[in-house]
Write a protein that binds this ligand. Structure first.
Ligand SMILES: *[C@@H]1O[C@H](CO)[C@@H](O)[C@H](O)[C@H]1NC(C)=O
Ligand SMILES: *[C@@H]1O[C@H](CO)[C@@H](O)[C@H](O)[C@H]1NC(C)=O
Ligand SMILES: *[C@@H]1O[C@H](CO)[C@@H](O)[C@H](O)[C@H]1NC(C)=O
Ligand SMILES: *[C@@H]1O[C@H](CO)[C@@H](O)[C@H](O)[C@H]1NC(C)=O
Length: 837
């Protein structure tokens, strides 16, 4: 197919495991990527050959750009659909739709649609959400992809998208399915219908509310809550998660209705399988006469006969701990295509929320298992009464693959958790350390941040769901040991003599007054700088006239001011580009008068460092006001504002710009600007300065496309969307950050190189689009995880239209996983200069 970028690759936790954890199992199934073949895509009708079903692929523009049915879609006659045959059962958690864009020619899209699915190709089931609603909101324009979670997820081989309208209209669709293979192989379960419990306060309904088969007194030929990946809460009366009735998350039965003393459930599978275990998630609120089952007896059917040898298992009944839990039943490698289990009551009620089967470990081929992981000590405790912890978060279902894959997932989670914790800690430390504050003397209190001291460690909570699924081995408490086992980590954590890498601790904390990451510099450089005089002069404060606020940090601000008589304070080297006797535009960074001693010291250090930065492409420190409060630092400002706004106001040269009469910037001038940024960065990196926030918003444009790199901090309202707020506190420009900065908190010249690549990309897009604009912040971070894992699932920024192949190559080299393989700024500068000439 056409487009190579698979947009929503949300998968973060599983490496090659096929899980049915709804939050993990979100792989595109191959409409846009082409893995689904044309002949497996069909439709009720087509308007023409060029709008046949095979053109209904998300993000593809072939043919006339989408699937379109032959006639208009009528509100009262839903018969049109596009159908996808996945050939195997899949667990589908997410769907995506798009209209017909066709390079601007199309204007058809589906505002609403329904999903129908089938496991066998004959019995079709309409998907409905947990509230029973069938119609899904679709697109609002022809080009945006709209993703919708399927909750409950579906297990199907065939899926149909049926456009729905409220008036007669033309509709075209492009679609994608997201999920993973359904390795359980469970095709249906038959069970007695769930019953109602009459508590004094309110009735509790244990019916299987998402069962997709027939329901009378028996449920037949369907799948439902027992296979939807959602585990019930410890307290079944608390089912507020889905705004549903009490007991929603369980299917339950009362012993009075079963004189035989057991509930029989039959499970049908897609083919004969070699079963290892069955896991049953049971409630155990014994105070309400609910207990796990006393005994289970299972029969196996191979071919068409039930075998005479049965299997019996009695779990340890637990009357101390009322929490819900998984009971693991060993199925001793029996071959079967159906299993019938009789669950015996221990008490008046038995409640199940999930039953999973593990089979055919041998069919997974071991090349999927990375050779580095395999410590036998990691085997999760398979204790049948393994305790599941309690909290009200939604629970996900366990992995479907054999234990080895579960292990793999655990390790990835641990890694992710470790790395995330590190990031959080860094972020919170940075916030706490960041005591530089500033304000204008004439300003009133402007700092709205509530610098509360609550630590950012809630990630325990957010990971609770995973802890439930994957029993924690001893390694979980000490993830650092694990991380060292991965050679890639071991290697990346020590960098011998290469590009300088400074652990956070080595970096003198020189956060700018704006609360951002102004140049972070290694302690050693600072030592070199100290002892010399500050070569800037004191400027009379009264000659500054406030014009506009440029930036605001947690504790400080940057203002745009006009300075009168600045000429007298400048060294000759500046004078040529400043008109005489005219006010000069300057940026003024300020420190709040009541800032504490540390903050004042840091501010003075920053002045010292800034005063040493002398490069045509770096903003210069012009003067200071340090004799009285508030302390100020006066730096250059450039008349055309920042590069982001500058380019947003301009268009590429061409017909379009001529017609719309907008100002243009030529390609060679774009290159010229990029080269200057590279040159400025080359200078910074030669001093071992790490900028940490290189982006077009931090570059200033002067006359004739001259560029100077600055740093205005992270809280300019205009760009607040560029920064990711961790727990509402730390802010990070994640879309510009290298994977190691996000995951490991490592900021180096190489991570500046990464940011340069993104900056270059912005420039060539005329800053019309935010990097990864189609991804949410969380997805950007997930994509970072893919960069780390490097399994070709990471998404790169696409090649901008204006961008030549050689330029794009430079960008891609900036985003290499291995920091040492990224080019130096010297090299980038050389390559850009070559391109220019
Ligand atoms: C389950 O019970 C609830 C509450 O009475 C009811 O609203 C719902 O329709 C039932 N669902 C099924 C599938 O029977
Ligand atoms: C089932 O799998 C186990 C372990 O892989 C193997 O030893 C056994 O022979 C298999 N059973 C059958 C009937 O194939
Ligand atoms: C159901 O369970 C309760 C509590 O264990 C018991 O008292 C009652 O006799 C049982 N009823 C039947 C029909 O077995
Ligand atoms: C493992 O799977 C890959 C891809 O499905 C296949 O090409 C390869 O032959 C398999 N190897 C074994 C040993 O089964």
């Amino acid at each position: 197919c056409c487009v190579m970028i698979e947009i929503p690759l949300f998968v973060i936790l599983c490496i090659n495991t096929e899980c049915c954890v709804p939050d993990v199992c979100r792989y595109p199934l191959g409409m846009s990527g082409g893995q689904i073949r044309d002949e497996d895509i069909s439709a009720s009708s087509q308007w023409s050959e060029s709008t046949a079903a095979r053109h209904g692929r998300l993000d593809c523009e072939e043919g006339d750009g989408a699937w379109c049915p032959e006639t208009t879609v009528e509100p009262d006659n839903l018969k049109e659909f596009i159908q996808i045959d996945l050939n195997l059962l899949h667990f589908i958690t997410l769907v995506g739709t798009q209209g017909r864009h066709a390079g601007g020619m199309g204007n058809e899209f589906a505002q609403m649609y329904m999903i129908k699915y089938s496991r066998d190709g004959s019995r079709w089931i309409s998907w409905r959400n947990r509230q029973g609603k069938q119609v899904i909101e679709g697109n609002r324009n022809t080009y945006d992809t709209v993703l919708r979670d399927l909750d409950p997820p579906i297990i199907a081989r065939f899926v149909r998208f049926m456009p729905v309208t409220d008036h007669s209209m033309n509709v075209c669709m492009r679609v994608e399915l997201y999920g993973c293979k359904w390795l359980d192989g469970l095709v249906s379960y038959n069970a007695p219908a769930g019953e109602q419990m009459k508590l004094p306060a309110f009735p509790v309904f244990f019916n299987d509310s998402v069962y997709d088969g027939a329901i009378t007194h028996m449920m037949t030929e369907g799948l439902g809550q027992l296979s939807d990946g959602v585990m019930g809460l410890d307290d079944f009366t608390q089912s507020h998660v889905y705004q549903a009735w009490p007991g929603y998350d369980y299917v339950g039965w009362n012993n009075e209705s079963f004189p035989s003393g057991f509930v029989e459930i039959m499970f049908e599978f897609d083919r004969p399988r070699n079963f290892t275990t069955m896991k049953v998630h049971c409630n155990n609120m014994f105070s309400q006469h609910i207990k796990i089952f006393r005994q289970v007896v299972c029969y196996f059917r191979s071919d068409s006969d039930w075998e005479s040898t049965l299997l019996s298992f009695s779990p340890v009944v637990d009357e101390n701990d009322p929490s819900a839990r998984f009971i693991t039943v060993e199925l001793t490698n029996r071959m079967a295509n159906a299993i019938k289990c009789q669950f015996y009551f221990k008490d008046a009620w038995m409640l199940f929320s999930e039953i999973t089967f593990q089979s055919d470990r041998a069919m997974y081929n071991t090349t999927l298992v990375p050779p580095t992981i395999g410590s036998p000590t990691n085997t999760p405790p398979d204790d049948p009464t393994h305790k599941i912890d309690d909290s009200n978060t939604r629970i996900l279902i366990g992995c479907l693959v054999a234990i080895i894959f579960i292990l793999l997932a655990i390790i990835i989670i641990i890694l992710w958790r470790q790395v995330w914790q590190k990031l959080m800690e860094k972020a919170s430390r940075r916030m706490l350390d960041d005591e530089l504050t500033a304000s204008l003397s004439i300003q009133t209190e402007v700092f709205g941040y509530n610098h509360s001291q609550s630590r950012v460690t809630n990630e325990q909570e957010s990971n609770a769901a995973y802890e439930r699924i994957f029993p924690l081995g001893p390694d979980y408490q000490e993830p650092s040991r694990l991380i060292n086992k991965l050679p890639e980590f071991a290697q990346s954590s020590e960098e011998p003599n290469g590009a300088p890498h400074y652990a956070e601790a080595d970096i003198v904390n020189l956060q700018g007054v704006t609360g951002s990451n102004t140049y972070a510099i290694p302690a050693v450089t600072l030592d070199l700088l100290s002892g010399k005089d500050v070569a800037v002069e004191e400027f009379p404060r009264k000659l500054l006239t406030f014009k506009e606020k440029l930036g605001e940090g947690q504790f400080g601000e940057v203002h745009l001011c006009e300075a009168e008589g600045m000429q007298e304070f400048l060294h000759e080297e500046y004078l040529f580009d400043i008109p005489e006797d005219q006010p000069v535009l300057v940026a003024v960074k300020m420190l709040r008068s009541d800032a504490n001693g540390n903050a004042r010291n840091d501010f003075l250090k920053e002045i010292k460092i800034m005063s040493r930065l002398k490069d045509p492409n770096i903003i210069r420190l012009l003067a200071v006001c340090i004799y009285s409060n508030p302390l100020c630092m006066i730096t250059e400002y450039m008349e055309n504002g920042d590069l982001n706004q500058f380019l947003s106001r301009h268009e590429p040269e061409g017909q379009l710009a001529l017609l719309s009469n907008t100002a243009t910037v030529s390609f060679s001038n774009l290159c010229y600007m990029a080269t200057q940024i590279a040159s400025g960065m080359k200078y910074l990196s030669s001093l071992n300065f790490v900028h940490r926030d290189l982006a077009t918003r931090n570059c200033l444009v002067g006359k004739n496309y001259t560029i100077k790199i600055a740093d205005f901090g992270m809280s300019r309202n205009l760009y607040s969307g560029d920064y990711y707020r961790i727990q509402g506190r730390a802010v990070l420009p994640i879309r510009w950050m290298s994977w190691e900065s996000i995951l490991l908190g490592k900021f180096t010249t190489a991570s500046d190189v990464w940011a340069f690549g993104v900056t270059l990309w912005e420039i060539l897009n005329f800053c019309k689009e935010q990097p990864y604009s189609q991804l949410t912040d969380e997805q950007v971070i997930e994509n970072t995880g893919e960069f780390f894992r490097d399994q070709k699932r990471q998404i790169y920024l696409p090649q901008p239209v204006l961008c030549s192949d050689s330029l794009y190559k430079i960008m891609l080299s900036c985003w290499r996983r291995n920091a040492k393989e990224r080019p130096s700024f010297q090299e980038i500068h050389r390559r850009l200069s070559d391109l220019e000439s």
